[in-house]
Design a protein around this ligand. Structure first.
Ligand code: BES
Ligand code: ZN
Ligand code: ZN
Length: 504
């Protein structure tokens, strides 16, 4: 477990293994802490710049052995890119790059300055928060099943010291670092869930982990089992669970940050612990990726963990609709008609369009619990990946005001979302001959018709749907996003809750 501490002092004198300093692109004479380290190294950083070996491009690194000139063995210079383009997300990126680079060379203790709080012009508390977020998200790895991990990779960093020269800034930096660490730990909790294989992370195991987390951080926990869902009339959710030997679980987490009479905001996540497609079975190629089809649920559990720790003065409920989607003799068939909790009858054309069925009943349940607004997150459609790639999540809403709040939160959190329309003309594609609605709307506008389906269950409750099919899993490493589960959505939800409470 890596510790992080903000300490007063001069980074040149830090008693650590590695020291991180930075440089904007185009700067020829380093100033501040970088200048101090440069002088202690006899102008070595200046020389690298003069000779063109180091340009300061974003996430560029140069590792300098100090040979005893300062207490640390290594100085890592990290590029910040152009100062005109610098922002909090770049703080996250360079902090992750620096921590990972020094871990790779075997450092156990490192010291860093807060990137961007000086000439970068960022607010110091926000920059410190971004530094901690980037550091802890970047250091994440899922290696519990690698038997001989020690032979292949460096051990963990033990401590990150954030060194600040100006003692007056220490409290605000400490508060920022603490928040950032809580957010990153929530993201990493979600990543662990996403990366677990489906033989381990069954709906029951997901409920167990949610229960443990809730007990640890003081959330109210409840789980609805098959019988309870039957009594509530959740025929859509149960239709997805019908083929599986694993019992479904609807996880309910409640956070009370203000008077219990105040209506809560609800976060809902799609928690398909494995999506085979059911009777409408998926092709074998790449099917293993469908262990990540519970990423929406993971994001909700992660966000609830951070909310419980950051304590915004609002009420929040988190719902995770967990089940496998399996083919079997008891599985739902194409053509089956089922009834959702609100009485709507659904003709199931394709059993692989299961996420919307689970979400339909979860949305009904959130309304029954008195939600004043709903955000759902789901790895819902391949069509959304076609539309937006792996760069942005699709966003859909019945309430432009509510979406603008979610968008502002996503922006601040460094997660990209992009709105797609829900024109009422799309409704036609969901018309069934024999039921109120069908669960697929044909090839055209697949992400939109999926969202439209859920929308009909949200009725008049302000609702935002985020389709994270393209963003929940990364197939290449980025500075603070490792390969595999990304934990996308956690940061947006946490930021939304904090802003809703006026606390960010
Ligand atoms: N879980 C998938 C969507 C998905 C695809 C997530 C790729 C992540 C990456 C979802 O349940 C699904 O199978 N959707 C179908 C819907 C179709 C049958 C209307 C799809 O997108 O093909
Ligand atoms: Zn599916
Ligand atoms: Zn799915």
């Amino acid at each position: 477990m890596t510790e992080i501490r903000v300490v007063p002092g001069n980074i040149v004198e830090a008693q650590v293994d590695g020291v991180v300093v930075n440089l904007f692109e185009g700067v020829t004479r380093p100033g501040g802490a970088t200048g101090a380290v440069d002088r202690a190294l006899g102008g070595e950083i200046s020389r690298l710049i003069d000779k063109g070996y180091f340009k300061g491009k974003l996430n560029e690194t140069f590792l300098i052995p100090t040979s005893g000139r300062i207490p640390a063995d290594h100085v890592l210079v990290v590029g910040l890119g152009k100062s005109s383009e610098f922002d909090l997300d770049r703080v996250r990126q360079v902090s992750a790059t620096a921590a990972k680079t020094l871990r790779r060379v075997g450092c156990k203790r490192i010291a860093t300055i807060v990137h961007g709080a000086g000439i970068g012009g960022l607010e110091p508390g926000a920059a410190a928060r971004a530094l901690a977020e980037g550091t802890f998200m970047g250091l994440y790895r899922f290696d519990k099943y690698l038997t001989s991990r020690e032979e292949n990779t460096a051990g963990d960093l033990e401590e990150v010291l954030v060194v600040e020269f100006d003692a007056a800034k220490i409290p605000v930096l400490t508060e920022g670092v603490e928040r950032g660490r809580i957010v990153a730990e929530a993201v990493n909790f979600a990543r662990d869930l996403v990366n677990e294989p489906a033989n381990v992370l069954t709906p029951t195991e997901m409920a167990n982990r949610a229960r443990e987390m809730a007990a640890r951080y003081g959330l109210e926990f409840e789980v609805l089992d098959r019988e309870q869902m039957e009594s509530l009339g959740m025929g859509a959710f149960l239709a997805v669970a019908a083929g599986s030997a694993q019992p479904p679980k609807l996880i309910v987490l409640k956070y009370w940050g203000t008077d219990r009479s105040e209506p809560p905001i609800a976060f809902i996540g799609k928690g398909i612990t494995f999506d085979t497609g059911g009777i409408s079975i998926k092709p074998a190629q790449g099917m293993e990726e469908m262990k990540t089809d519970m990423s929406g649920a993971a994001a909700v559990l992660g966000a609830m963990q951070a909310v419980a720790r950051l304590k915004p003065k609002i009420n929040v409920i988190g719902l995770a609709g967990c089940t496998e989607n399996m083919p079997s003799g008891t599985a739902t068939r194409p053509g089956d008609i089922v009834r959702a909790m609100n009485g709507t009858t659904i003709e199931i054309i394709n059993t692989d369009a299961e996420g919307r069925l689970v979400l339909a009943d979860c949305v009904c349940y959130a309304r029954k619990l008195g939600a004043r607004a709903i955000v759902d997150l789901a790895t819902l459609t391949g069509a959304c990946v076609v539309a937006l790639g792996k760069v942005a999540s699709g966003a859909f809403t019945t309430s432009p005001e509510f979406l603008s709040k979610v968008k502002a939160a996503a922006d601040a959190a460094g997660e990209k979302i992009w709105e797609l329309p829900l024109f009422e003309e799309y409704r036609q594609q969901l018309k069934s001959d024999c039921a109120d609605i069908k669960n697929v709307g044909g090839r055209e506008a697949g992400a939109i018709t999926a969202a439209y389906f859920i929308r009909t269950f949200a009725e008049d409750t302000p609702w935002v749907h985020l389709d994270i099919a393209g963003t929940a899993r990364a197939d290449k490493e980025q500075p603070y996003i490792p390969k595999g589960g990304t934990g996308v959505g956690v940061r947006t939800l946490v930021e939304l809750a904090l802003r809703d409470a006026g606390q960010s």
